[in-house]
Ligand binder design. Structure first.
Ligand code: AMP
Length: 288
């Protein structure tokens, strides 16, 4: 399972990512966490990123893309991963597409946590207060001023990704204003739906492949091997072989058609479900 969690700072991406890690036995790849570790270890990447991060800006694309590419190659990411905080811009998303293609990996879904912006400030304040209570160090970018800047950057640079992934039929939207438990349940439900739909589609495709194989097999005896009198290496096929060719071709076409139908059907259903959820969110927002 390979996922992206999309949402503004404070939308609960980190919390939900941790739950997905447990549920699907995958790793969480958070560029924010990796960069913070690099800053703490004072690595060259950390030194480059430190000031940009403290001011709420974005670390250069090549830095984060490099980090993600290396991290995906680690053995613990073989079983799947969830990207949290990456991609954050359309160029980063394009770089990720190219990277996954090169590594022969497929992205399963992008989960958008849609939240009410005014509630985010409150959430961050609560998080800071709780961390203070626990005696934990407060993040340099967890102040209301920096959050305002990070939100503006999300709106301008990251929100276009919603359109990017929706066009590619990867986007699934969840109401991030529900309780943590409810959001987790909804994500689980959506992911199971995708899994079930894709399993069904795969079944249809393999059934069509079996039919095609059978058709090919049935057509084979017709293409007689050259008889005793035939010249060695004679290339002209017999009548039967001629008839077998279109049959195999037709069968092949049927497989392609079924595969296309199955995939379009599954994506359409998933997209319809996502749209329904998004509508609910919009209604809720309108009410709020
Ligand atoms: P986060 O923990 O995801 O909120 O990230 C904290 C900070 O790390 C951000 O405000 C950025 O400065 C930097 N950062 C994390 N991910 C990225 C990314 N994909 N592209 C650029 N900068 C990033």
């Amino acid at each position: 399972m390979r996922l992206i969690l999309l949402g503004p700072p404070g939308s609960g991406k980190g919390t939900q990512a941790q739950r997905l890690v447990q549920r699907y036995n995958i790793v969480q790849l958070s560029t924010g966490e990796m960069l913070r570790a690099a800053v703490a270890a004072q690595t060259p990447v950390g030194l480059k990123a430190k000031d940009v991060m403290a001011s709420g800006g974005l670390v250069p694309d090549e830095v984060v893309i490099g980090i993600i590419s290396d991290r995906i190659d680690q053995p613990d990411a073989n079983n799947g991963f969830i990207l949290d905080g990456f991609p954050r811009t359309v160029p980063q998303a394009e770089a990720l597409d190219a990277l996954l293609k090169k590594k022969h990996l497929k992205l399963d879904a992008v989960i958008e946590l849609r939240v009410n912006e005014s509630a985010l400030l409150e959430r961050v304040e609560t998080r800071v207060a709780q961390m203070r209570e626990r005696g934990e160090e407060i993040r340099a970018d967890d102040t209301p001023e920096v959050l305002t800047k990070r939100l503006a950057s999300y709106r301008a640079l990251t929100e276009p990704l919603i359109h990017y992934y929706s066009e590619r039929r990867k986007l699934l939207t969840v109401d991030g204003m529900m309780t943590i438990e409810a959001v987790t349940r909804e994500i689980d439900r959506i992911l199971s739906a995708i899994g079930a739909v894709e399993a069904k589609a795969a079944k249809k495709v393999s059934a069509a492949k079996r039919t095609a194989k059978a058709a090919k097999k049935a057509a084979k005896p017709a293409s007689k091997p050259p008889g005793r009198g035939a010249k060695k290496g004679a290339k002209t096929p017999g009548k039967g072989a001629k008839a077998a060719k279109p049959a195999a071709k037709r069968a092949k076409k049927a497989v392609k058609r079924t595969a296309r139908k199955a995939s379009v059907g599954s994506r359409a259903r998933t997209a319809a479900k996502a749209r329904k959820t998004a509508k609910k969110v919009t209604k809720k927002r309108a009410k709020a």
